[in-house]
Ligand binder design. Structure first.
Ligand code: GLN
Length: 194
């Protein structure tokens, strides 16, 4: 059973711990750089990316996490977590830094204006058994991706799920539904790589 961390600075940490456990991983919260050691993978939860960015800097996690991602640590980010995995944010709040890992440009709160929050059926490449119930909460979308990025899903003409190597990200929150197929996709990629 792979041990997968959930970055526990802010956001819906508990929901990810439960979803990972349901997907047959040993899930542990991560707050300190030392806790990255020995992880087979890491989840970055949804929440508020500006807060996660600030707390990561405060806890001395920004550089160790960047290094771990560069070294090939499998990571899955949802919503704010997707933002944290973007190499570039369109109009970042001042001082907002990301960990990077996916060659993409992300627009924060992109779906937010018309609709603060909604659910939609999203067909995700590599996820068997029909569309995933996507929960979008002030969700970002991906404006553009580099050549090495695989687009796994689009919704309303916008990219909402991507993968680059071992790094996976979705605009929506599968951890808020009873459907654990996105977590299973991530856990099986972690298993295959280890
Ligand atoms: N709007 C949030 C941000 O910019 C993301 C919202 C979420 O994670 N549900 O970080």
């Amino acid at each position: 059973t792979p041990t997968i961390g959930v970055l526990a600075l802010q956001g819906d940490v508990r929901e990810h711990l439960a979803a990972l456990a349901a997907a047959d991983a040993a899930a542990v919260p991560v707050r300190r750089p030392e806790e990255l050691t020995g992880l087979a993978g890491l989840v970055i939860p949804g929440g508020e990316s500006t807060t996660i960015s600030k707390l990561a800097a405060l806890f001395g996690l920004t550089e160790p996490l960047r290094a771990a991602i560069r070294a090939g640590l499998p990571v899955y980010g949802t919503c704010a977590g997707l933002i944290m995995l973007a190499d570039k944010i369109l109009d970042p709040r001042s001082g907002q830094e990301t960990f990077g890992g996916i060659d993409m440009i992300v627009r924060r709160n992109a779906f937010g204006r018309q609709n603060e929050s909604f659910e939609a059926q999203v067909e995700v490449r590599g996820v068997p058994g029909g569309p995933v119930e996507g929960v979008f909460i002030r969700a970002p979308w991906v404006e553009s991706v580099g050549a090495d990025v695989e687009v796994l899903a689009e919704y309303g003409g916008h990219i909402v799920a991507v993968r680059q190597g071992a790094v996976l990200a979705t605009s929506f929150h599968p951890e808020l539904t009873g459907d654990h197929r996105m977590h299973e996709l991530f856990v099986s990629a972690v298993r295959a790589g280890s």
